[in-house]
Design a protein around this ligand. Structure first.
Ligand code: SF4
Ligand code: SF4
Ligand code: SF4
Length: 447
């Protein structure tokens, strides 16, 4: 075995062998947790990334042996529970990832431990409900019901009740449901448009709207459609799609992830076969199709087809620009933009495409903050994690609030609201919050 420190080769990632019964063997998983925790204890590079590593190092430092072997295995789950699978440790810090012979994949080991916990029935029903974004979709878009539900969840006693019953922290920012979903209200693509394929980009786009944009913030979707139309790009919404499965993955509910995959992949693969670029406006959902499903289902050719056709919106628009097919007739200067790069965008390995695109907009300067907001799916709203989530986001909040910005933006809409909440709580100046796609619509001068 090599003893060299660090990894000089490009990281590779192994498929997740979750269909193998050994994957769900708790004793075998504990053995692997102990091996990996021991390497991490000797390394400690990730201490500032999230709360998993400080939790681990505190357990070691308070153990009788001052080593991982002194930690009670029952406490391993405390480390696992703090991981929200952002992937940053794997993608940005760890020198021991494959092909290094130590073969360390911290997030996917956390996923294995989460899957075992889920199978043992140890994940609370309230957490499962919170991750069921498709359920919210059943009432989104029904005006009277939505208005009542939104008003109801604004009430302080109701928030206290939600804290007790659902484990949702009473102070955490919660999205509102839309009275009209994106799929109910999207403008149709321009008729008679002949798609112009570029060298890098198909000239037509099929949009996986995401539960969040469809049910909670359809304006982001409308703005995306306006930007595409302005650039002569034909589009379709994949309206029959369901949640991508990321919230279920975060719980270790792999059977639910499989169900989501079985519902979505045939629809998206069909669009890919018809020559559409696939696009999702929320980085976590894009990552699900680009990385997690291909690792969970490595032998499924349709999953591979979808992976290859899937784009982040700004990755697509920058490639479109390289194809000399992007309009650069910007009409509105945006001034200073405080911009947060979400973790699930960073780990897509595509570079900082949002920043790259805004360099084309005259009179616009982006201050880029590349650090986790702490929101992390449902982690930031849960009672037991909300305070930690706010703490993780504090340096980002400070950096964004001091930039004297006209706007603040994050490709992850939830991270954007979480950071805005941090500014309110710390009474820091809060620039106008806009999603980067909405900023682009403003820059084009589109109403
Ligand atoms: S994946 Fe993210 S949350 Fe999980 S341990 Fe790594 S850095 Fe922490
Ligand atoms: S995940 Fe890798 S970089 Fe991070 S503490 Fe463990 S060994 Fe070190
Ligand atoms: S910033 Fe967004 S993508 Fe990154 S961990 Fe938080 S919620 Fe997930």
């Amino acid at each position: 075995m090599s003893t060299r420190e660090g990894n000089l080769e490009a990281p590779t990632r192994h498929a997740i062998d979750w269909q193998d019964p050994k994957y769900h063997d708790a004793a075998d998983c504990d053995k692997e947790l102990e091996r990996v925790f021991d390497i991490c204890h000797g390394c400690r590079r990730c201490v500032s990334l999230c709360n998993s590593f400080p939790t681990l190092f505190d357990l070691v430092d308070n153990s009788s042996t001052l080593e991982v072997d002194g930690v009670d295995k029952k406490d391993f789950i405390k480390v696992v529970d703090q991981c929200y699978l952002c992937d940053l440790c794997y993608m940005t810090k760890c020198p021991y990832v494959p092909p290094h012979p130590w073969n360390l994949d911290f997030p996917h080991l956390m996923l294995r431990a989460k899957a075992i916990k889920f199978n043992n029935g140890e994940v609370k029903k309230s957490e499962q409900l919170l991750a069921s974004t498709d359920l919210q979709g059943q009432i989104a878009g029904v005006p009277i019901v939505v208005q009542a539900a939104n008003a109801f969840t604004d009430l302080k006693p109701v928030r206290k009740l939600m804290q007790r019953a659902l484990g949702v922290h009473h102070k955490a920012w919660l999205p509102k449901l839309a009275t009209r979903t994106l799929s109910q209200s999207a403008a149709p693509s321009q008729p008679d448009l002949t798609p112009r394929n570029g060298e890098r980009t198909p000239g037509k786009v099929a949009i996986f709207a995401t539960c969040y944009v469809n049910n909670n913030e359809p304006q982001i979707g409308h703005d995306l459609l306006k930007v595409l139309s302005h650039n002569g790009i034909a589009y379709q919404l994949v309206n029959e799609a369901r949640c991508c499965g990321m919230p279920k993955l975060e719980l270790g509910d792999l059977a639910a992830v499989r169900k989501a995959k079985e519902a979505n992949i045939p629809l998206l693969a069909q669009k890919a076969r018809e020559g559409y670029a696939l696009m999702s406006p929320v980085p976590s959902c894009t990552l699900m199709f680009k990385q997690e499903l291909p690792l969970l289902f490595p032998d499924d050719p349709e999953v591979k087809l979808v992976q290859d056709a899937m784009w982040d919106p700004f990755e697509y628009l920058v490639a479109r620009h390289k194809d000399r097919l992007l309009q650069t007739d910007f009409k509105t200067e945006l001034g200073n933009v405080s911009y947060h790069v979400p973790c699930h965008g960073r780990v897509q390995n595509m570079g900082r495409k949002t920043e790259e695109l805004f360099k084309l907009v005259p009179g616009t300067k982006m201050t880029v903050i590349e650090r986790c907001s702490g929101h992390a799916g449902t982690y930031g709203v849960k009672t037991e994690h909300h305070a930690t989530a706010m703490k993780i986001g504090k340096p980002v909040v400070k950096a964004m609030a001091t930039a004297e910005a006209d706007y603040m933006a994050s490709d992850c809409p939830l991270a954007g609201h979480h950071l805005a909440q941090g500014m309110d709580e710390q009474q820091l100046p809060k620039p106008a919050l806009q999603h980067p796609i909405s900023l682009l619509r403003i820059a084009y001068g589109l109403s």
